[in-house]
Design a protein around this ligand. Structure first.
Ligand code: COA
Length: 160
């Protein structure tokens, strides 16, 4: 049986921090499903299709990475996909409280699911999608924070 994991988020856009976690996860799972949330409270800059394309490009079209959209509860998506491992990243102590609560709530909803917390590489711990969007919006350089294709997509989006 292949080992599967689920990594969910809004990925608006995917950053080098997300890509680092996905690559690290692929050292102990065979395949990772990247679930792009379409119903988060945040107003996204990129469409789901754009976010999906950027994830594929950022992971160099790795066949072990499957990108899917979801718009309900994460646990329902995981169950339907036959996945029992949820990957989450802990960038700083400030992430912990929210992540801990979410992991316990997901366990309450689906006890068979396990949340695995990963430590991202030190040089990506300060990255977030909203900071990347803000830098790009004001014409700043996002090199080193996102994949070159994502940087180009941000330039195009804010050139309008
Ligand atoms: N590197 C860089 N940035 C990272 C990161 C990493 N390793 N890990 C997280 N981030 C960033 C994200 O880009 C995001 O940045 P932003 O707020 O600037 O956009 C921020 O940290 C928060 O990330 P995350 O907690 O993953 O939020 P999200 O909005 O991307 O995704 C869902 C949250 C979709 C996973 C969650 O809301 C969910 O599961 N929703 C489904 C509904 C559900 O089941 N609800 C019940 C939950 S108990």
């Amino acid at each position: 049986m292949p080992r599967l994991a689920l990594y969910a988020g809004s990925f608006d856009p995917i950053t080098n921090g997300h890509a680092d976690l996905i690559r690290r996860s692929l050292s102990f799972v065979d395949q990772i499903v990247v679930a792009v949330a379409t119903n988060v409270a945040k107003q996204p800059l990129f469409t789901t299709a754009e976010r999906t394309a950027m994830i594929h490009a950022a992971l160099e079209h790795d066949p072990r990475v499957e990108v899917r959209e979801f718009d309900g509860l994460l646990v329902d998506f995981a169950k339907a996909a036959g996945i029992r491992m949820i990957i989450r990243g802990l960038r700083a102590v400030s992430d912990f409280e929210y992540e801990y609560q979410m992991a316990l709530m997901n366990r309450h909803l689906a006890p068979e699911l396990e949340t695995v917390f990963m430590v991202p590489s030190l040089d990506t711990t300060y990255i977030s999608s909203s900071l990347v969007r803000e830098i790009a919006k004001f014409g700043g350089d996002v090199t080193g924070l996102v994949h070159a294709d994502t940087a180009a997509a941000l330039r195009k989006k804010f050139a309008r």
